[in-house]
Design a protein around this ligand. Sequence first.
Ligand code: CTP
Length: 477
Amino acid sequence: MASLTIRKLDEAVKAYLRLRSAGNGRSVEEEVRVILGDLIQGRPETPGPPQTPSPAEAAPRHRGPVPASGSSRVTLIIGGGIAAYKALDLIRRLKERHVRVRCVLTAAAQKFVTPLAASALSNERCYTDLFDPGSEFDAGHIRLARECDLIVVAPATADLMAKMAQGHADDLATAILLAADKPILLAPAMNPLMWNNPATRRNVAQLARDGVATIGPNAGEMAEAGEAGVGRMAEPTQIATAAEQILKPAKPQPLKGKHVLITAGPTHEPIDPVRYIANRSSGKQGFAIAAAAQAAGAAVTLISGPVDLDDPAGVDVRHVESAREMLAQVEAALPADIAVFAAAVADWRVASEGAQKLKKTGAGIPPLQLTENPDILATISKLRETRPPLVIGFAAETEHLIDNATAKFARKGCDWIVANDVSPATGVMGGDRNTVHLLTRGRDGGVDVDSWPVMTKEQVAAALIDRIASHIKSSPA
Ligand code: CTP
């Protein structure tokens, strides 16, 4: 193994990618084994074009402390799930970003991928045992926890997350995670039923409170035939991008230690099993606020109606459909220091949802009796014990923007209102830009209106988070 060349490793990676795109019936491990086997047995290498190793690849294998300069270093813990095969691609994605990767495989992970494949792709020794004489005599799990800039767990199984939330340390992976003094990024992957199980929800919330970042899971089809839902591991590029964000030099974190609760997107109110009432909200503004709050160091819970957006990295996202589900999730996520209600919640739902699809009959058009949905913003603003100290609403208006927003401000009982014109000509609904006015209470009891220029939704989010941060700084603790 010591004589492995960069080109052979590169071939192994390419073989893996070929397999992914073509699928030739051989497992990734088999393919890598063939290539490495050739090399170990001294079979001649197939001549290839000369290759200049990148600085990261050319560097000697690292055994000592983290280098003071040069590339960042990730300890990648691969958990036991079908998504473990994607962790092999993640190694490559991280290396593309000049990140050095050292892999740890749990016992269950080794049922899906082999240490050999992880080691060949990372060009590092791969670790599997807590009591490995080669590493444990000098406290291997402590070194693996410390000699890196970030620990990534992909796939993070329900079991691994439960152990982390409880502080177990009965194998190498959990011992590293318990000994870690570095940021941790989880890429959960599990069956949707497991992801939605109250026990997993509790563990996810606990880990978020402990400052552990998560990326995904995404919605989609499961490995189990016919099963779909939220539970697929985030794609390797998404995880690598999230890791890169964390590895960036630390920015000021004015919301560190704060819990920010955000609603976003539309709600869908069922009419019958196939039809629903909806609106044109894309969820982009709420998602941008969640990402900005996370970047400012907050623990963020985002409760989102149905949207076509990737979950922001490091945010605890809870997906809901209806206004009533959104309210239940908001209440479950309390307490919070700051709550931002950016969702376009449907005001009404159908009074009695059809159990079966409504059919055309000779009796004419069915009457749709509507009933009012709970007002989430007003409900939370009126709480006594658990009201977040700063509650921010949105006022989406199509006419008399400031007048309507001022009336809404008084009606809802929140602390600030972000008013925006959503009439079709503005392109705000579904678009990337927003023109907002921040309504706050003035010293004289009146309403102060601060009108911001046209900005992207990300810029609006960053400006709002800045404003929140200065408010918190100036408020008595
Ligand atoms: N909101 C809410 N629950 C509702 C309706 C609205 O939490 N059932 C929140 C929105 O998230 C937003 C604010 O209330 O922060 C205002 O929403 P908007 O749709 O602009 O106002 P409505 O209360 O629906 O009033 P109207 O339809 O008369 O404009």
